[in-house]
Design a binder for this molecule. Sequence first.
Ligand SMILES: *[C@@H]1O[C@H](CO)[C@@H](O)[C@H](O)[C@H]1NC(C)=O
Ligand SMILES: *[C@@H]1O[C@H](CO)[C@@H](O)[C@H](O)[C@H]1NC(C)=O
Ligand SMILES: *[C@@H]1O[C@H](CO)[C@@H](O)[C@H](O)[C@H]1NC(C)=O
Ligand SMILES: *[C@@H]1O[C@H](CO)[C@@H](O)[C@H](O)[C@H]1NC(C)=O
Length: 349
Amino acid sequence: IYIYIYIYIYIINYTIKSLAMNPLLIPEAYIIGAQPLCSQLVGLSKGQKKLCQLYQDHMQYIGEGAKTGIRECQYQFRHRRWNCSTVDNSSVFGRVMQIGSREAAFTYAISAAGVVNAVSRACREGELSSCGCSRAARPKDLPRDWLWGGCGDNLNYGYRFSKEFVDAREREKTYEKGSMESARLLMNLHNNEAGRRMVSDLAHVSCKCHGVSGSCSLKTCWLQLADFRKVGDALKEKYDSATAMKLNSRGKLVQVHSKFNPPTSHDLVYIDPSPDYCVFNRTTGSLGTQGRLCNKTSEGMDGCALMCCGRGYDQFKATLVERCHCKFHWCCYVKCKRCSRVVDQFVCK
Ligand SMILES: *[C@@H]1O[C@H](CO)[C@@H](O)[C@H](O)[C@H]1NC(C)=O
Ligand SMILES: *[C@@H]1O[C@H](CO)[C@@H](O)[C@H](O)[C@H]1NC(C)=O
Ligand SMILES: *[C@@H]1O[C@H](CO)[C@@H](O)[C@H](O)[C@H]1NC(C)=O
Ligand SMILES: *[C@@H]1O[C@H](CO)[C@@H](O)[C@H](O)[C@H]1NC(C)=O
């Protein structure tokens, strides 16, 4: 793996300027069939194409992992003004990420987490030539008569590989110490790590019963990644409590309000205030909330007052088609009818 890492670092294109150019966030680029044709991928440097050839089997999972992260981001922010979409759709995040906001922090963390998740799982599933089942040590508190060694998610490999891969982009950059760019670089690295740690923190031991039917006298246990929704939920909490940072005179990131506890490597950090996501703004990458659905009776962020930023809303009748009157048929399928109902929908002006 270390050889790979050096090759990768060497290869990463110095000219990648923004996340919009980051192939990691354009997973479609990698998922063009079981055998990605590296030379046909757009946005890859010469060296990256070489890496793609070297690591064909990893690339698909990296792409899928980042995509899972993005989908989770859109789920977590579905009721917010910023919904994880942007003006520039050359990547899902696009230009909004040029601002070092908490939203940027979240997207870096969740996509890094998605990559750890996907690579660790791919190892377990035997999809990658350079790793297999987890070889994590047996937990000390595991009851003695339970077996350790079911095939677990290879968090160790997934963490190491995706750290090198995802962080390489930042590590390649050389900025003057104390510059704004260097602050952003430190911020990105911190948030990538927070995302990876979350996957690691939430991984747990999972067991399966054996023995005479139902007795569960014997158990086999292994390391299991948490459901990615849990990672998303937990990172969303980190987003809410993210710490504002600034550079100190020695070029290190320190918190703006020093009376609070400093952030740990498990916390999200940001350096810029969030832009106004109310109105369309190409510079900030904000799509604005015009046309967004809102909830007339909610007083939260999804309520029309906050979502529409005081501009008001239009009311529509919409027909919802749902599955209903589902019946279980022996054996084994469920048959449903389709019911439609008319609902009121509210859309921001
Ligand atoms: C977004 O991407 C789609 C294809 O992926 C393209 O057809 C469309 O023009 C793009 N929209 C913008 C605003 O760039
Ligand atoms: C877009 O945002 C930038 C930065 O916040 C601001 O300077 C500019 O005035 C905004 N443009 C519009 C059209 O609102
Ligand atoms: C996010 O909001 C924009 C409008 O502001 C909308 O066009 C887009 O479909 C939304 N994306 C998701 C994933 O809901
Ligand atoms: C709107 O918000 C109210 C109050 O929070 C909630 O009870 C209701 O389920 C929401 N409606 C929809 C369609 O989400």
